[in-house]
Design a protein around this ligand. Sequence first.
Ligand SMILES: [Mg+2]
Length: 248
Amino acid sequence: MVKQYLLFDLDRTLWDFDGNAERTYCAMFDEFELEKYCHVDFHTFHNKYRIINDALWDAYRNGTLCKELLAIQRFSLTLAAFGCNAESSEIIRLSRKMSDYYIINSTHQRSLMPGTQELLQWLKLRHDRFVLAVITNGFSETQMPKMKTAGLYQYFDFFFLSEDLGFMKPDRRFFDVAMQRMGVTPEQCLVIGDDYKVDVEGAKGVGIQQVWYNPKTLALPAGCLPPTYEIRHLMELKELLATEEREM
Ligand SMILES: [Mg+2]
């Protein structure tokens, strides 16, 4: 039987990034007594942080910001948005401590997206048919510990981390190197991910079929072609693959 290679994004596709991150930031807000610096509550702080972090991640993906600055500036710029001086040595030191705290503590979180365990267990029973890989842009020092803590590691045959590959999704070279290392063609692969621009367009660019995991029912970005498949829940992927199995 020809094996199918399933390439899963990690954050917000299998690992509950938003829930896990929010719990970590909430604990960090108390630990570092950030209310004293910002004079706002956690939710106001966190909402601002998310906007700043997303913008900095775009810059990191585009290659205009290095990882070290991203790690610090997401905190120093958030503190600055609430009146702190981002250039002061105290705020830079505090931001560095926050960055270390987040990197260590977020990896202890284990909340998964609904259906993750069930889907992976179902796939594991079909190991003769499916090969599983993780494709992620996250930092190397967090992604592997996260997968181990959350019990995901055991299910996967391949791990493709952007920092190891030297390219980030949606760069086609990320997918090319991953396929090269697995010794497969695009026709043998299926990419599953929550981020249209990063996962779906990246896969489209190299001729891999895509499953857009879209639990929040977001609209298709303007001017973009629909993905091969779109699902709201991971169990729909199981149905999709089970249907293919019956038709074979
Ligand atoms: Mg994602």
